[in-house]
Design a binder for this molecule. Structure first.
Ligand code: MRU
Length: 414
């Protein structure tokens, strides 16, 4: 029944309020009346837990009319890196603040932020924040920045974007130190570099979308694995960027998202992101993929990557290799979409890609409920490597790359 009662003047209209709780326990608010601020401070929870909280559909900082494709899961804000806590999606949207290198590395390790490009951006921002907090004395400043780089770069091993971004930050620090620049100038340059890395990533993803969108037939159902979307990048996404690119080019596209055991990035993140962006998206269990392909229900597969070797072997979320084998069996094009920051031409092939093994608890429990007997031995490789022979094309911001010959793609240092 429609509620046509006049508004109760005692009831405040809903407003968008950000609540920030730093790891040291400091609580800050945006636009909160003083009386509510007191209550919120009392309820804010353990230090470092909640930065901002809001209902689904009310992402803080989200401007009127902005699409999900424009949304970035992290930003630099004063003395902190602010991240959307992806562990809680799709149930809750909370933003956390991280200040020290240890906190930033912990956020990457614990998957507050995840996805290769987003991890790289986060690392650069973490170094910038550490530089802002470093001593003014030049030698001590350089040592603090170097230490921040060492701590953050060790957070996760597979996504080369993490090393790539930290190397860029090291390069800026080294260049300014060699030029004898004042510490204040180095701080500003490191902060600017982190912002450039974010902006460049979004631009690369949009270019990937334009190139990759051309590969998607009008009316296609595209299967994807894990989350290689806005949430995994600075914005727009890589694999989901290709899907967005096809739609931006006027095509009709449907998406099948694999749930992506054990961490469920497909179920929790991709479905949420695409549904918010108005896509027709269907969730399947990972082991349904072959059956759907055999029924002619999938026209192509598009996935992201965490590291691509010189020959085109591509590491991505565990299960990707299985989908590639199935796609090959059924004659379905299998595309990998990634910015050139994901290329690692220093290694010849996928044998050299370090594969992260994550905690057994991710496999033993689903949504906090234990599903296997105690004790159970577990293997939990978080990534696998798809050999280049199974990849129809690799899409970067530079265009659509095909195997160059019998040795594979032949990516070189640029
Ligand atoms: O463990 P995750 O969630 O960080 O793994 C993410 C993936 O495997 C993505 O597919 C990859 O990083 C590409 S993201 C654009």
């Amino acid at each position: 029944m429609p509620d046509d009662r006049p508004p109760d003047p005692a009831v405040r209209p809903p407003s968008e309020v950000s609540v920030f709780v730093d790891p040291d326990g400091t609580v800050t608010f945006s636009d909160l009346p003083a009386d509510l601020a007191e209550v919120a401070a009392a309820l804010a929870g353990a230090p470092g837990e909640i930065a901002a909280s809001c209902a689904i559909g009310q992402t803080p900082g989200r401007e009127e009319g902005r699409e999900m494709s424009d949304v970035s899961p992290l930003r630099l804000d004063g003395d902190a890196v602010v991240m959307l806590d992806q562990r809680l999606l799709p149930g809750r949207e909370e933003w956390l603040r991280f200040r020290t290198p240890e906190e930033v590395a912990g956020a990457i390790r614990d998957m507050v932020v995840r996805g290769a490009p987003a991890i790289g951006i986060c690392a650069a921002m973490g170094v910038a924040v550490a530089a802002a907090d470093a001593p003014d004395e030049p030698a001590a400043f350089r040592a603090a920045v170097a230490r921040a780089c060492d701590v953050i770069v060790a957070a996760r091993p597979t996504a080369v974007n993490l090393m790539w971004a930290v190397d860029r930050m090291r390069g800026v620090a080294a260049r300014l130190a060699a030029a004898g620049a004042p510490v204040a100038e180095s701080r500003a340059a490191l902060r600017a570099e982190a912002v450039v890395i974010l902006d460049e990533d979004v631009a690369m993803n949009r270019a990937i979308g334009r190139h990759g969108g051309e590969l998607i037939p009008d009316g296609a159902t595209v299967m994807t694995h894990c989350n290689a979307g806005a949430l995994a990048t600075g914005g727009y996404g890589t694999a989901l960027g290709v899907i967005r690119g096809a739609r931006d080019a006027g095509k009709t596209v449907k998406v099948v998202s694999c749930e992506t055991r054990p961490y469920l990035q497909g179920a929790r993140l991709t479905v949420w992101e695409l549904a918010r962006d108005g896509f027709d998206v269907t969730l399947i269990t990972d082991n349904s993929a072959g059956w759907l392909m055999s029924r002619g229900l999938i026209q192509c597969v598009v996935v992201g990557a965490d590291r691509i070797a010189a020959n085109g072997d591509a590491a991505n979320k565990i299960g990707t290799y299985t989908h590639a084998v199935l796609a090959h069996r059924h004659g379905i094009p299998f595309y990998v979409a990634a910015p050139t920051s994901t290329l690692d031409p220093t290694i010849p092939d996928g044998e050299h890609i370090p594969i992260e093994e994550r905690a057994a608890s991710e496999v033993l429990s689903v949504g906090g409920v234990r599903v296997a007997a105690e004790p159970t031995r577990v293997r939990n490789p978080s990534f696998d490597v798809t050999p280049w022979q199974l990849i129809t094309a690799i899409v970067t911001e530079r265009g659509v790359h095909r195997p160059a010959g019998p040795e594979g793609y032949g990516f070189r240092r640029s």
